[in-house]
Design a protein around this ligand. Structure first.
Ligand code: PHE
Length: 369
């Protein structure tokens, strides 16, 4: 299904191989530990507030339709997130979800009124210690019954009540996770919530974006087939982002490690600091080329990932110039290789580099220098 030969299919073999792994359901994975911690916190708050508990949903297929991922959520037709340089398509209408918001409408349509929905999400992106084409998100949604408001309260005031509740609950979540940290709210924009906010926490002197949220947009309520006037909130958070900070995990590839020196460090239910084991040596190779007319850097990162898989640690540009006479542009990139669990041999890195050079020429139509 995932490897099907549709002309729009841009899913590389190593990304396809991750589909179905569902790290967020391995009870020893830091991702699962954080997920369950948030789930129990949210349900504790629901209980205190006398609200219905959140239904836990974490087994939905990551293959969704463009309608679920974008249309239902009011993502404009020409938005970059829809482009094949950002998103993994199986066909023109099927894709690997780019966020768990893709399930908002279908879950609401099926009658769920409060849920926490987690899963693996997929984005074509750059290669570095905090970006990986597969990561995990949790989506939280709560619809409010009419009886939650005084009968004559206008819609705008009702939405303000919901936004205040949402901020209160999520600020408490941040303190629950991070301890006594400073938190701040900023206005944000998402097409599926109005108003929308972003929560940041100050951790080790830097402001860290933790989540996006807002009051569910009226059109999204309509797209879910619910009656006009139904109100509620939604939020979405990245599990890797939180787990990296809370457990002190330095590289996002570690979540996928099968090395017992990684796996054996974590116990169900406990947030503990990761103890790094010796890093294996890295090596790097450079490649430079003249750009073709139609070029997107994500495609370059993707070619490298497809050939090097998890052996690539970082891909960074170190030179770029435009020839004054011909107007042609050139870029030079450094690819850093390192295996998480063992030493690499020169031969295997050379072979990968040769393959990358070849794919850059055939797929991206660059001219190697
Ligand atoms: N889906 C958004 C993202 O991936 C997060 C979000 C979820 C924002 C729900 C608002 C409400 O960035």
């Amino acid at each position: 299904m995932i490897a099907q030969k549709h002309p729009m299919n841009n899913i590389s073999v190593n990304v396809a191989a991750k589909v179905g792994t569902s790290l967020h359901r391995y009870s020893h994975s830091p991702l699962c530990i954080v997920k369950r911690n948030i789930e129990s916190f949210c349900n504790q708050v629901a209980l205190e507030r006398g609200e219905t508990p959140f239904t836990i949903v974490d087994d939905l297929s990551p293959i969704v339709t463009t309608k679920q991922c974008f249309d239902d959520l009011r993502v404009p037709p020409d938005h970059v997130s829809r482009s094949s340089s950002d998103t993994y398509y199986l066909s023109d209408t099927l894709l690997l979800r780019a966020h768990t918001s893709a399930h908002q409408c279908s879950l609401m349509a099926s009658g769920e009124t409060s849920f926490l929905c987690s899963g693996d999400v997929y984005r074509r992106d750059e290669v570095d210690a905090s970006h990986y084409p597969v990561f995990h998100q949790m989506e939280g949604v709560r619809l409010y019954p009419d009886s939650a408001f005084p009968p004559d309260m206008p819609v705008d005031e009702r939405k303000a009540v919901i936004a205040a509740d949402l901020k209160d609950i999520l600020s408490r979540l941040a303190v629950h996770l991070f301890g006594d940290v400073e938190v701040r709210w900023a206005n944000d924009y998402f097409p599926f919530t109005e108003p929308s906010y972003e929560l940041e926490v100050k951790f080790n002197d830097t402001w860290l974006e933790v989540l996006g949220c807002g009051v569910i947009h009226d059109d999204v309520i309509h797209n879910a087939g619910l009656p006009a006037g139904q109100l509620g909130y939604a939020f979405g958070l990245g599990l890797e982002r939180l787990a990296m900070v809370l457990f002190g995990i330095p590289d996002i590839r570690l979540f996928w490690s099968q090395d017992p020196r990684y796996l054996d460090q974590f116990q169900e239910g406990n947030i503990t600091k990761f103890v790094p084991y010796s890093k294996y040596p890295m090596c790097y190779k450079d490649v430079s080329f003249w750009l073709p007319e139609d070029y997107h850097v994500n495609d370059l990162h993707e070619v490298v990932r497809a050939q090097a898989g998890d052996l690539v640690e970082k891909v960074e540009m170190f030179d770029e110039f435009t020839h004054p006479k011909t107007g042609r542009s050139s870029q030079a990139w450094r690819i850093t290789y390192r295996h998480m669990d063992r030493s690499l041999t020169n031969e295997e890195v050379d072979l990968i580099q040769v393959n990358i050079r070849e794919e850059l020429t055939t797929q991206l139509k660059v001219e190697l220098r």
